[in-house]
Design a protein. Sequence first.
Length: 335
Amino acid sequence: MLATAAPMPIEEAQMLEDGAGYGGVGDMAVVAGTAARMVNYTGSITMQSAEPEVLIDTVAALAKAKGGSISNRRNSFISLQIPVAEFKNFFNQILKLGRVTSKNISASDITEAYADNAARLSIAESTLARLQQLLAAAKTEQEKIALLKEIQRVSEQIEQRKLEEKELLRQATFSTINLWVSNIPAVIPYRANIKAFEWFSSLLNNSNSGKALKLSIPKDFIETADTKHEWSAASALNAKFSAFERKNEPQGTTGFWAEAMLEFFKSQYAVELKTEENFSLVRLQSFGTEPEVHYIALLKKSDEKTLRIAVAYFPNIEAEKKNSEAVLEVLRRVK
């Protein structure tokens, strides 16, 4: 007499698929608790530039150099996939390339989603293996047809789980940065209405009118001029440093003049103010892919009659990194 086939094979397969006998949700929690956290980051930046397309081209090239890729690009928008390890530094690098109007970073922990999917994939694969065993042992055409249908359904689930696994691994490996760039809007500079501030422009083109103010020569600089009307020094990186005195007209404190300069230059540069014991320093950074940097330091040694001003120029960010501390040390020592 022939042996009877195992009863209700599809119900048995369903029990496997639901996790019975395999730890179910409990095992998934263990996986989630022991695995390294998997975090996906998304950064969004909107900014303005005098040359939006050039800026986007630059960002795209930088992304590829860091092992990233372009997932979407249209008009003034680009979406990038960046290795997670490079995300923070690359995000901050983009911020320096133009005038930032908004920025945002969000993070999503996908550890549990990955562990849940992995557990369900394992269960589905076990279910498929059991269904194939049952198919091999099936004796009737009805059983075989029912099992083949179930095998097809579970096989489709496995493919879906594998696609989900691939996507979650991609999200854990690559983060997204979305960048929108528009033209800098035309503005009427603040300086146009106040004649007393017109001399600010001369600070950036080395045409200062006044009496030379001799300071210490910064480390890694050499003295390039020492006359009655000009004192200056320069570094091998083409950074320049000079100082001079001018009449305090109209009369104002160093704090007043620093704030006025911020307003004067903010339509053309990224501006910030740094204040220390001996000086107030206005930092200007030009917009573009290779920004120049200017320091304008109003020395606290100034008085009601005379403003004492030091100006530094750095042709690029690298020169600022290497030469700025030497300049600041000189300013801190001014008595």
